[in-house]
Design a protein around this ligand. Structure first.
Ligand code: CAA
Length: 256
């Protein structure tokens, strides 16, 4: 892989986007490589959690690659945007938790990538924002929808229309990120280890249920939750979890 470095730590796959000299700006090759890695690990049972981070100490991702977009026709732009949208939708619906570990810039496509992840841990000095309008564009990787879902229409409008960058503290205050950490990678690994102790099957169903709520109407989503909840009673993980609780021991989940 040209722009991606992988590391496995216990049961966590750490994906570093590695194009440091361009502040990890996302080009088409990176989108393709990230997609391939996620496909490769989806059914790998020894991996329970994923962390996505930017290599270096300055940037998570400073956006989609502006140079690459310079001469796009509308047709090429549609294809470019679709590839990113498909990848980010895959991340949102990925059945292992994905944590964005953000150290530095998370701008444009980088902020959109972070928002597609399930959880965002961010260093105090990071800057986040959707500056696309300053380029005469709009967010093209799902940002208009995901920012609104996370922070509400008013705040999303303010950020998207102004294109301004906000500091971690403000991002936390408006609900764009989960937590500010001096060392987001260390804290992300701690959280991933905690998550990895729980039933992978239950987590997979929780993700499916939550994502279904984004795609279906409110009442239909309760039916989906009900269906997934009841299906778990056919699985050995729920028997193990309940038995472990009742017998005062630590459960050993198999994801089945
Ligand atoms: N695309 C391409 N190259 C980028 C880039 C991007 N998004 N962001 C940074 N770079 C490159 C710079 O061009 C520069 O390359 P050279 O050394 O070859 O000139 C290198 O990375 C370092 O960047 P700077 O010298 O600009 O670093 P800085 O510390 O002075 O500024 C910054 C940092 C404020 C993040 C600035 O780089 C910047 O404004 N970047 C662009 C941010 C942006 O507008 N992102 C949105 C992109 S559009 C998008 O994402 C569309 C979409 O939704 C699909």
């Amino acid at each position: 892989m040209k722009y991606i470095k992988l590391k496995i730590k216990d049961k966590t796959l750490i994906i570093y986007l590695n194009r440091v000299e361009k502040l990890n700006a996302l080009n088409s090759t990176m989108i393709k490589e990230l997609d391939e890695v996620l496909n490769q690990y989806l059914n790998n049972e020894s991996v329970r959690c994923v962390i996505i981070a930017g290599a270096g100490d300055k940037s998570f991702v400073a956006g989609a690659d502006i140079k690459e977009m310079e001469a796009f026709s509308p047709l090429e732009a549609a294809d470019y945007s679709n590839k990113g949208l498909n990848l980010f939708n895959k991340i949102e619906a990925y059945t292992k938790p994905i944590i964005a570990s953000i150290n530095g810039y998370a701008l444009g496509g980088g902020c959109e990538l972070a928002m597609a992840c399930h959880i965002r841990y961010v260093s105090p000095k990071s800057l986040l924002g959707l500056p696309e309008v300053t380029l005469g564009l709009i967010p093209g990787y799902g940002g208009t929808q995901r920012l609104r879902n996370l922070v509400g229409l008013g705040k999303a409008s303010e950020l998207i229309f102004s294109g301004k960058y906000i500091k971690s503290e403000e991002a936390l205050k408006i609900g764009l990120i989960n937590k500010i950490c001096e060392d987001p990678m260390e804290e992300s690994i701690k959280l991933a280890n905690k998550i990895s102790q729980n039933s992978p099957l239950a987590i997979k169903y929780a993700i499916q249920s939550m994502v279904s709520g984004l795609n279906n109407n409110y009442l239909d989503s309760f039916d989906i939750e009900n269906n997934l909840f009841s299906n778990l009673f056919d699985a050995s993980d729920s028997k193990e979890g309940i038995s472990a609780f009742l017998n005062k021991r630590t459960p050993e989940f198999k994801g089945k």
